[in-house]
Ligand binder design. Sequence first.
Ligand SMILES: Nc1ncnc2c1ncn2[C@@H]1O[C@H](COP(=O)(O)OP(=O)(O)OP(=O)(O)O)[C@@H](O)[C@H]1O
Ligand SMILES: [Mg+2]
Length: 323
Amino acid sequence: MKAKVDSIILAYLAGVKMPKQTKKETTAGQVSVNLDAEFRKSNIHEVLDKLDRELIGLKPVKTRINETAALLLVDRVRKQLELSAGAPSLHMCFTGNPGTGKTTVALRISEILHRLGYVREGHLVSVTRDDLVGQYIGHTAPKTKEVIKKAMGGVLFIDEAYYLYKPENERDYGAESIEILLQIMENNREDLVVILAGYKDRMNKFFNSNPGMRSRIAHHIDFPDYGVDELLAIANLMLAEQNYKFSADGEKVFREYIQLRMKLEHFANARSMRNALDRARLRQANRLFAGNKKSLTKIDLMTLEPDDILASRVFQEGKLDDN
Ligand SMILES: Nc1ncnc2c1ncn2[C@@H]1O[C@H](COP(=O)(O)OP(=O)(O)OP(=O)(O)O)[C@@H](O)[C@H]1O
Ligand SMILES: [Mg+2]
């Protein structure tokens, strides 16, 4: 990953023609800086490596994050040479179906922004319409401002942001909240990054009705649905984090489970994997109890077998619930 980031940074450098040395006066009187040293000092590669390791797939998302990290690093180095350009706009929009990793990536991004000194604290405040919009006249502005105050120095993540705009309601207070957000997004860029998240089609509609919002968002990142192999890899990762694993047959059956589950209602990508594994653990515990074995090995306690998965209602034809 570091090599990848390095190459992106070098590409940037080629573009801005920046000399690559430690900050010093050269004989020609030119000041130069060491981008590599800045890269190491920020410890940013730790976060980027972790992101690469712990999140399956999401190639385009990871590339965009690397590019943003490179931009910020170059921006920091430019500042040292007094090449001021104003803070880059980092407000973002994440579109994708449920469970595709939007919240998880937003959390990582807040950490990256913090490490690169873009935001002071690097915390993430996650809200929905109800946290921002009041029910009565005069309630919305204080509610929105309170949330913004909490998020200052970090990232404000607005899930299903399009619900802020309800044109069908004549007296909707959402518009008031949007107005305040627009102002803050313009005037407080150095200290607050706003990320809007939700379904792609609804978000597009929202932007069409709110061009001011569209123009303030510099980065649009799309989170694709995961394929079967990716979902299986995610499931294995989730199990490993909790000291569980599939037996060889258990994994085969779980792959079948994924293929069936994907076609059913309310499928939510990685979130559905987490839910399915929680239920499989429950069945494993019951199986171990019912088995009445005198002593259980570590392996017994760790392993999910086909029966723990086959009992799911997904294997009974026609059942459309999340079991
Ligand atoms: N690529 C991935 N690799 C590993 N785990 C993942 C990945 N994507 C998501 N997860 C896990 O799946 C769960 C759901 O992800 P997350 O909450 O980030 O999705 P989301 O897009 O915000 O969903 P929603 O729209 O439902 O809020 C989390 O537990 C997360 O850790
Ligand atoms: Mg989410």
